[in-house]
Design a protein around this ligand. Structure first.
Ligand SMILES: [Zn+2]
Length: 316
């Protein structure tokens, strides 16, 4: 009856053109490390290749203010080394790469709604979950996952979207953008206290978004028991009421053991298990539609293996 759709993979070496300068953890070598591990695991042959397209400023404006978009564009054109709004290193090509990252997230959304793939992973740079409407920070320029959620609502008419975020850092930007919006549920597991300092359970949304943000902070040293437990016992039951029509994942692998920017202890097998739990939610409520976007992950020896474990699970 139903043909079994494959998993989409969007990995574009153009992302390497975002040059953050010498010694920066969010570097082009991350892309190479990930691609090498995916290739070694035979994953490109087992997945559908997705092609990115550049987003427009109107796409980005679904989540970001015109003032911020203009200032980011100007900072890059003026060859500043950092965005004026915060700790995001930029280079000559960063505007094009950032627009491409947003466009990649949108292309992955298209592939699941057009039923070309069952689910999809986009290996994007720069990451996005720290960028809010008016401010880039934490290596992020535009909030890829947030724009993807708004794009899906706009283009495909879905209402409820879940964004789950297992990056070791709190996705403050995503939380801010949807804080008073009841249609996008934001769920995050993260280290606390840690950068950027937000993400307490008491931050749970306001107005129409009240109760539609769930933060699960855990101390340094946490791992499978805490994080898988939160997905299983907090997120899954909550989604029985919310019933997302699309599941988006801010897949940060700096929550892996040995990451220089985090102190969590997730293993590659744990990422596979977390992936399967998230797929359960997508299968039950969203026709399997799950789009995963790379956020952090800075251990060049580990991030590739973690992404390979994640994609292997996505590909079933
Ligand atoms: Zn992170």
């Amino acid at each position: 009856m139903e043909t079994k759709l494959q998993t989409g993979l969007l990995a574009d070496p153009f992302s390497k053109k975002h040059d953050t300068g010498p010694g920066h953890p969010e570097c082009a070598a991350r892309y190479d490390a990930i691609w090498k591990a995916l290739d070694k695991a035979g994953l490109p042959a087992r997945t559908v290749k997705l092609t990115p397209h550049a987003a427009t400023e109107d796409d980005v404006a679904r989540c970001h203010g015109q003032g911020y978009i203009a200032s980011a564009k100007q900072d890059i054109a003026n060859k500043r080394s950092q965005l004026r709004t915060g700790d995001t290193a930029i280079g000559t090509h960063s505007w094009d790469v950032a627009m491409h990252a947003v466009g990649s997230a949108m292309a992955a959304v298209d592939s699941v709604f057009e039923k070309r793939t069952r689910n999809a992973l986009a290996v994007v740079r720069p990451p996005g979950h720290h960028a809010n409407a008016d401010r880039g920070m934490g290596f992020c320029i535009f909030n890829n996952v947030a724009v993807a959620a708004r794009y899906a609502q706009h283009k495909y008419g879905v209402k409820n979207v879940l964004i789950a975020d297992w990056d070791v850092h709190h996705g403050n930007g995503t939380q801010d953008i949807f804080y008073s919006d009841g249609s996008v549920y934001f769920f995050s597991t993260h280290q606390y206290p840690w950068y950027p300092g937000s993400g307490l359970p008491s931050e749970s949304g306001e107005g129409a978004g009240a109760g539609r943000t769930m933060n699960c902070p855990f101390p340094a040293g946490s791992g499978m028991q805490e994080i898988l437990g939160a997905f299983q016992h907090q997120l899954i039951p909550t989604m029985e009421q919310f019933k997302p029509e699309l599941v988006l994942l801010s897949a940060g692998f700096d929550s892996r053991e040995g990451d220089p920017l985090g102190r969590f202890k997730l293993t590659d097998a744990d990422f596979a298990a977390l992936t399967r739990l998230t797929m359960e939610i997508a299968d039950k409520h969203a026709g399997g539609r799950l789009v995963s976007l790379l956020e952090g992950g800075y251990n060049l020896n580990g991030v590739g293996q973690a992404v390979a474990a994640h994609l292997t699970a996505l590909a079933g």
